[in-house]
Design a protein around this ligand. Structure first.
Ligand code: PEP
Ligand code: MN
Length: 358
């Protein structure tokens, strides 16, 4: 074969490659359109009957030289890649995604902005136990210039015999203290039927780790006009966490804060494993503010400061930590709550580190 002949054949191959390239992308675009039509109609993307028909058509029309099974294998690959294209489009379409909304969602809590690039602290006792207890913690917070007060009135406890929270009385205490000191109340709601009642007292609905996939609760809080602080489930992937937030936003409530609070792993040195890289991932993939709960993730008082430094260094919008006037006698999480002098020291050290600017 002369050199010219070889060159000519190569040119033909190049042309065919370019033709194939065009055709494969054309096919991809059609598959994307089909994906959009199916998604609007609520139909599944994968249709095995349709795929079988396409493979049969290839068999019937194959004139060689490639064998039918080889070609079917190749086309199966193309079908699979087209399906993935449709899935990518679907992911892009999530209302919580950055692709849907490029700018950061900023949540205004009575003038305290979360997600605007500032750094916030959400502090308070694990459980509301009494007016005096909450007041003491809230006063210490005020002295540090903090207004985002947390406290559990409905407690999701592992054992039914453990303290379950004060319920409505707890909400009343939180509201009273917050009104006296001009603060914002964040408190967990566990039952979708309690949202209406609870939001008469609280400013932010917290959805706890154990309820991250309580879909009725997610939908109901999505229908509320109060912001929602959604915690990552005990064993939830980032994808599951994001989709839980999607349940809320899909009902019309865009004011959602995502809170990384540690996940279950084989590691026993900490209560949970703080997945610090979830913070930048969630910040990149969604437009929502991202928080880190240093208390429940580490479960260790000695790790609260380094975990909070890491959280701010990696871009968290806020850090949550539990503070109790006398943790030794706290009705829940007594091992990891800080007392007030420890809290002051914690804030001072954070400020000195330069990582927390407030
Ligand atoms: C809490 O913040 O009070 C709490 C119970 O945390 P989690 O849902 O993350 O366990
Ligand atoms: Mn707690």
């Amino acid at each position: 074969m002369s050199n010219e002949q070889l060159e000519a054949l190569r040119e033909q191959l190049d042309e065919v490659n370019m033709e194939l390239l065009k055709l494969v992308n054309q096919r991809g675009r059609i598959a994307q359109e089909i994906g959009q039509v199916k998604s609007k109609a609520g139909q599944k993307r994968f249709d095995p009957v349709r795929e079988r028909k396409m493979l049969d058509m290839i068999a019937e029309n194959n004139e060689g030289p490639f064998s039918t099974s080889t070609l079917q294998h190749l086309f199966k690959q193309i079908f699979q890649l087209s399906l993935e294209l449709q899935e990518d489009d679907n992911r892009k379409a999530l209302l919580v995604s950055r692709k849907k909304k490029a700018e950061d969602t900023i949540i205004d809590l009575k003038g305290e902005k979360v997600g605007d690039g500032s750094q916030k602290m959400i502090i308070g006792p694990c459980s509301v136990e009494s007016y005096e207890q909450v007041y003491e913690v809230a006063s210490a917070m005020k002295e540090q210039g903090m207004r985002l007060l947390r406290g559990g009135a409905f407690k999701p406890r592992t054992s039914p015999y453990d303290f379950q929270g004060l319920g409505l009385e707890g909400l009343e205490i939180l509201r009273r203290v917050a009104d006296e000191l001009d603060m914002v109340v964040i408190s967990e709601v566990m039952n979708p039927q309690d949202i209406e009642m609870a939001t008469e007292y609280i400013d932010v609905i917290q959805i706890g780790a154990r309820n991250m996939q309580n879909f009725d609760l997610l939908r109901e809080s999505g229908a509320s006009d109060k912001p929602v602080l959604l915690k990552r489930g005990l064993s939830a992937t980032i994808d599951e966490f994001t989709k839980a937030a999607e349940y809320i936003i899909a009902k019309g409530n865009e004011n959602i804060m995502l809170c990384e609070r540690g996940i279950r792993t084989y590691e026993k040195a900490t209560r949970n494993t703080l997945d610090i890289s979830a913070v930048p991932i969630l910040k990149q993939e969604t437009h929502l503010p991202v928080l880190v709960d240093v208390t429940h993730s580490t479960g260790r008082r000695d790790l609260l400061l380094p975990a909070a430094k890491a959280a701010f260094a990696i871009g968290a919008d806020a850090v949550m930590a539990e503070v109790h006037p006398d943790p030794a006698v706290a009705l829940s999480d007594s091992a990891q709550q800080m007392d007030i002098p420890q809290f002051n020291e914690f804030v001072e050290s954070l400020r000195q580190s330069g990582l927390y600017k407030l």
